[in-house]
Design a binder for this molecule. Structure first.
Ligand SMILES: NC(=O)c1ccc[n+]([C@@H]2O[C@H](COP(=O)([O-])OP(=O)(O)OC[C@H]3O[C@@H](n4cnc5c(N)ncnc54)[C@H](O)[C@@H]3O)[C@@H](O)[C@H]2O)c1
Length: 335
């Protein structure tokens, strides 16, 4: 019998509304019972039409005994305090990326959830894109051999039209160009494949826009266990999303045909040792929904949620070093 997890969506901007839309297709796993949005008029009609209680105050969701989990789609700098408040109220948490802007904050959030026995989900839906999930499974079984290198880019120009006082364009809230918006997904996949990072050189420049945090970022990462990853992102060129992994027994290049906001399938090119280069088209999927469903099933005691606390801390430790390197211009050690 279906036993959906009752959630409150917190932050009903671009991504909160995207999550609400995809969750219509997951009624057996998740029921949205509340929403929280300070700019309440922007989503009043939407929530009324769906029968979702709406208020401006996060405390209303935390004090609602019907809410089992909060889904945070709020500005990055709020995540750590909002997770602590959710844990104090006994709610499971799904947090949008990045989890935090410092390793210490990430460690605190991971420890709080673990000690309270609460699931911490993370908006790294790229892991749920079918070709990425296949690639990770192949890496885990050793089919790709020793992973040597990663090259990845995730760019879009959607933010160029935002008002210049938008939080996503502020250097203190979204430092290092597109690293917190898009590059963070690539750092996540990099630490998932190669483990904890050792050091990073990041170059962030403002090349063709007036975006204060820069529009073009590139990070070159060395991993403690060997291997390297080159992650780049632009906030000022047309959409591109590719992830390429090279191993001793084969390589795979995954290109998204459209932004995950409206997925349109993937183009995957690969070659295994001794074999030809093969290109395949993969049909549409909805990884944002599938990630939330995996979280809900973990809350109900199903399969363990795949983004572990170790992955989360390793990712934010690397992100923090990326920020330091973008400022110093030097290779920075990852704490
Ligand atoms: N996983 C992905 O692919 C993906 C894509 C886009 C955004 N995101 C993430 O989603 C989060 C939100 O980004 P966005 O693009 O939707 O931003 P946004 O500005 O469109 O939405 C954020 C919303 O949070 C609201 N808010 C502010 N303070 C709040 C508070 N105290 N309580 C509740 N709501 C509050 C704002 O009014 C706004 O409506 C960020 O962490 C971002 O990185 C993830």
């Amino acid at each position: 019998m279906a036993n959906p997890v009752n959630i409150a969506l917190v932050g009903m901007g671009w991504w909160g509304q995207k999550m609400l839309a995809v969750l219509q297709a997951a009624p057996e796993d998740i029921r949205v019972v509340r929403a929280v949005e300070p700019n309440i008029d922007t989503v009043r009609a939407l929530c009324d039409a769906k029968g979702i209680a709406l208020s401006t105050d996060y405390a209303d969701a935390l004090n609602d005994p019907a809410v089992e989990a909060v889904v945070l789609a709020t500005p990055h700098s709020m995540h750590t305090a909002q997770i602590a408040a959710a844990v104090a109220a006994g709610k499971h948490v799904f947090c949008e990326k990045p989890l935090a802007l410092t390793k210490a904050e990430a460690e605190r959030s991971v420890a709080l959830c673990r000690e309270a026995g609460l699931i911490l989900g993370m908006g790294h839906e790229r892991r749920f894109e079918p070709p990425v999930a296949d690639m990770l499974a192949m890496a885990d079984t050793g089919a790709l051999g020793r992973i040597h290198q990663i090259e990845a880019n995730f760019s879009h120009d959607k933010f160029l039209s935002l008002a210049r006082d938008n939080w996503r364009l502020k250097a203190d809230q979204a430092p290092a160009g597109g690293m917190t918006a898009t590059g963070i997904h690539l750092l996540d996949l990099s630490v998932r494949l190669l483990g904890a990072a050792d050091s990073v050189l990041c170059i962030c420049e403002q090349l063709s826009s007036d975006l204060p945090q820069g529009d073009t970022v590139a990070a070159f990462v060395k991993f403690k266990g060997g291997g390297t990853s080159y992650v780049s992102a632009s906030l000022a060129n047309p959409f591109m999303s590719r992830f390429t992994v090279y191993g001793s027994k084969g390589w795979i290049d995954i290109r998204d045909k459209a932004h995950v906001e409206a997925p349109d399938g993937w183009i995957v090119t690969s070659a295994m040792q001794g074999g030809p280069i093969i290109t395949r088209e993969i049909g549409k999927a909805e990884p944002v929904k599938d990630n939330l469903v995996a979280f809900a099933r973990a809350v109900r005691g199903g399969d363990a949620y795949p983004v572990t606390g170790e992955h989360l801390v390793n990712n934010i430790a690397l992100l923090e070093a990326v920020f330091r390197s973008a400022t110093s211009g030097r290779i920075e050690t990852v704490a």
